[in-house]
Design a protein around this ligand. Sequence first.
Ligand SMILES: O=C(O)C(=O)C[C@H](O)C(=O)CO
Ligand SMILES: [Zn+2]
Length: 278
Amino acid sequence: MNNYTRYSTHPNDVKNYGTEELREHFLIENLFEPEQIKLVYSLEDRLIIGGIQLKHKTLILETFEQLKSEVFLERREIGLINVGKWKANIMVDSELYTLLPKEALYIGRGIQEVKFLPNEEGETKLYFNSAPAHCSYPTKKVTKEDAEVVELGSMENANKRTIYKLLVNSVVTTCQLQMGMTELHPGSVWNTMPAHTHDRRMEAYFYFDLEEGQTVCHFMGQPQETRHIWLQGEQAVISPPWSIHSGVGTSNYTFIWGMAGENLDYGDMDSIKPKDLK
Ligand SMILES: O=C(O)C(=O)C[C@H](O)C(=O)CO
Ligand SMILES: [Zn+2]
């Protein structure tokens, strides 16, 4: 396992960040490495953001120094989404779960061992978020059919997209983790526009399904003091609670959003009119 810490930031400091500092504090460039579990421990609501890639080896989700725990899920819950092209086999204690591409798995606090097993189809790639948990809820697999689905935007505004609320409180019981996936329709490039903030929750975005050679520009910052970060497919970005999180691609793409914090209310957002952004 490979892990790094990211500290939380003050909006007044972030105003003075140049490109390099913005990327250093918020962008997560290399989440995937063959036969490895990589993760970033963010001090924004202590969300862990990680990637798992394997083809031949069995990988175990192990605890690490910062957690000071016997096992990874001693005081945590985790949500995993298959972002690869093939199925993913996950052993949760002694129960085997198989996720097809874009399916999700919630695993609650107290599980002793989570193992990722190679499969005959091809390489496994999973993205995950993990948050501190105050109690234990059952493990649950969630497919796109099980999700709460919301259609947003229009072709005219280049923001037509389908939101799959996968690991949210209407679908699965969690302590604070909420995760889902948004697919931009062909020809649409803007996500989360009109933009919003939610001071009660931080958020992390993971962009994928981006055609070779295309790119995404992610917008962050306070609504009247925005900044941007250019990123490639399979990269993630941390959004503090005070920040907008929106993006525009040079083509359509899919992204995973994950949140942790004060409440489980997806609709609790302070919306910002596009004309008020600065
Ligand atoms: O495209 C969107 O709009 C989103 O997917 C928004 C995220 O779900 C979000 O920011 C939730 O707070
Ligand atoms: Zn949001």
